[in-house]
Design a protein around this ligand. Structure first.
Ligand SMILES: [Zn+2]
Length: 245
């Protein structure tokens, strides 16, 4: 059976900047790659789309993410429909329950999400790290939902900052990122990642503008922390455990 990867992020474009090369690489190797996005990113910078309503802007960002997923060669995204910037306050319980359901239905070998630092410290990123981590454990418990069979993924990874992440997104919270345990060489998949980034036309401020930024995308590595099974200081991995094409 094909290996399955489930990547869970908060806003359209998170997946591409943080793990686009890795997702494209594993999809090209024959893995089933699924994406869940908690919000439509309607709170993002509007730029030239300032005249759209929040609803219209949400639809635009949804379509951008769908196009980015086609560029990466992964399955179309599922949206939880939580309100942007209000994930922790309004959506914690429902998002946790939905993630348990998705994990039990999709049965991923590997789950990828934010670490406790949330990369940029965005409150939705930090909340989603905790929601997905608890859902990974909850999905394996018999008590969580009597209507679906327990399932526990083999591995959980937290995505870390890599060279392709725009400089605008430096962390604003004093939570240290966990250590790098896994470095994925995404050479050969940079073109797909760049194409996916270009799908996010509404997010002009995040686009690589100069040759150096483009090179960071094209020749990059993507970095992760293996949270499950817990990393015990062994050597750096060059692949996601339990994910082979
Ligand atoms: Zn985000």
């Amino acid at each position: 059976m094909k290996s399955r990867i489930l990547a869970v992020f908060a806003h359209p474009d998170d997946e591409t900047f943080l793990a686009g090369g890795t997702l494209a690489k594993y999809a090209a190797q024959g893995c089933e790659v699924f994406l869940v996005c908690a919000t439509y990113g309607e709170g993002g910078q509007r730029g030239e789309y300032g005249g759209l309503t929040a609803e219209e802007f949400a639809r635009l960002r949804q379509r951008e993410m769908e196009a980015a997923c086609r560029a990466l060669g992964v399955n179309q995204p599922v949206f939880l429909g939580c309100a942007d910037r209000r994930l922790a306050r309004e959506c914690w319980d429902s998002a946790t329950a939905e993630m348990i359901r998705h994990i039990r239905t999709l049965k991923p070998d590997v789950v990828i999400t934010f670490g406790p630092d949330g990369i940029s410290g965005h409150p939705d990123h930090v909340a989603l790290s905790q929601i997905v981590t608890s859902a990974v454990w909850g999905a394996g418990l018999r008590t969580a939902d009597a209507n679906s069979a327990p399932f526990r993924p083999t591995a959980l990874y937290y995505v870390l900052r890599s060279a392709a992440v725009p400089k605008c997104c430096k962390s604003s919270v004093p939570v240290a990122a966990p250590p790098v345990t896994t470095v994925i060489d995404v050479d050969g998949f940079g073109e797909r990642k760049l194409e996916a980034i270009r799908c996010y036309r509404s997010q002009k401020h995040l686009q690589p503008q100069d040759a150096e930024s483009v090179q960071a995308v094209l020749r990059g590595h993507e970095q992760f922390h293996r949270a499950v099974p817990a990393w015990r200081g062994e050597g750096i991995e060059d692949r996601l455990v339990a994910a082979s094409g």
